[in-house]
Design a protein around this ligand. Structure first.
Ligand SMILES: [Zn+2]
Ligand SMILES: [Zn+2]
Ligand SMILES: [Zn+2]
Length: 347
């Protein structure tokens, strides 16, 4: 066995945590659940869909007849923008709570119900990127917002309740745990070395190539050294940028290209509409300077070996630490070998 085929641990410097890698286990027989292939949407308009243009939403509002992107405040928001009452002092220091404020929005990528990022054109995706950036600026202008999380849940396997192409934007008056952990990781690296963690990491990956999936002029897509999910990917800007509004027009076009190519390769991997959670990590808005922060996108897809076999995070992963079977280098090789021409071309 090559050394990378032996069980080992890998360090994730972004989150400052270890991952267990057990590549020899992929040979074991599978007797678990076989999930349904995710159904492919074929109708451009679904009268039952609460995101399609002109349709009424459950809360009673009616969507305009939009022809590009469209955003609105979530009718069943997990967070509310009004200041919430300070909780009563705790009876015990072990029973602590704190008030939260936030804003939950939904952004439709396209009026066509059947599309996904993979099957949208680059100019269509560019409009979504401009909308993300405008939403970011508008929300960041609220003086109580500390973090803006843009994310897309794609496919029923990831709990997406609606196949219509859309994402959510949750903004909070505190920095959530994941970006807080990555702030600590990046700050620690900057403090120790005087350099940006992801700028350095990207240089290392580009020199080595084994985990790089593809690149364009401004972004690199790779399976990170510390990936947990089988086909996890990271898209990193090659210029040190902290957030979406800092990108030039060329960089936005390049991000559209990177999202198109990444999602197309994913769909082609198992010839299915590939499920994932995707989202951007950007600098917190806590008033401090964040020279350590480097913009990136995470893709966390659940599929393991086919369109119907998913990875579960259970057992040792819930109680001990995350573990993966297929080596990140093998996953990158699989994704590199996928075509960038979608298996289901758009008319
Ligand atoms: Zn729809
Ligand atoms: Zn950097
Ligand atoms: Zn991140």
């Amino acid at each position: 066995m090559e050394s990378s085929q032996h069980p080992h641990r890998r360090w994730n410097p972004l989150r400052q945590a270890w991952i267990l890698v057990s590549p020899h286990r992929t040979q074991r027989p599978w007797q678990g659940e076989v999930a349904q292939k995710s159904p492919t949407q074929t109708v451009a308009y679904d009268p039952q869909c609460y995101l399609c243009p002109g349709n009424a939403r459950a809360g009673g509002a009616v969507n305009p007849d939009y022809d590009s992107v469209y955003s609105f405040v979530n009718d069943y928001a997990a967070l509310l923008p009004a200041a919430q009452p300070e909780p009563a002092p705790p009876d015990s220091p072990l029973l602590v709570s704190a008030p939260v404020r936030g804003l939950c929005k939904v952004l439709c990528f396209h009026p066509d119900h059947s599309l996904t990022l993979a099957r949208m054109t680059r100019p269509e995706i560019r409009r979504v990127i401009d909308a993300w950036s405008a939403e970011y600026d508008e929300t960041a202008a609220l003086d109580w917002i500390r973090y803006i999380q843009i994310f897309e849940n794609r496919g029923a396997l990831m709990g997406a309740s609606n196949p219509h192409p859309h994402c959510q934007i949750w903004s909070t008056d505190y920095v959530p745990d994941e970006p807080a952990a990555e702030t600590a990781g990046q700050r620690d690296y900057l403090d120790r070395t005087g350099r940006c963690l992801l700028c350095e990491y990207l240089g290392q990956e580009r020199a080595e190539q084994s985990r790089v999936i593809f690149e364009n002029d401004h972004f690199s897509a790779l399976v990170p050294w510390w990936a947990v999910w089988p086909f996890e990917a990271l898209i990193v800007s090659r210029t040190h940028r902290a957030s979406l509004p800092q990108f030039t027009a060329d960089e936005r076009d390049a991000l559209a290209d990177a999202l198109k190519r990444m999602t197309t390769r994913y769909d082609n991997l198992f010839e299915t509409s590939f499920p994932y959670t995707m989202g951007f990590h950007q600098a917190p808005l806590d008033g401090a300077d964040h020279p350590e922060w480097h913009f990136h996108a995470h893709f966390y897809p659940p599929l393991l070996r086919s369109a119907t076999i998913r990875k579960y995070m259970v057992g040792f992963e819930m109680l001990g630490m995350p573990q993966r079977d297929i080596a990140p280098e093998s996953a990158a090789e699989r994704l590199r070998s996928c075509s960038e021409k979608h298996f289901w071309p758009r008319e």
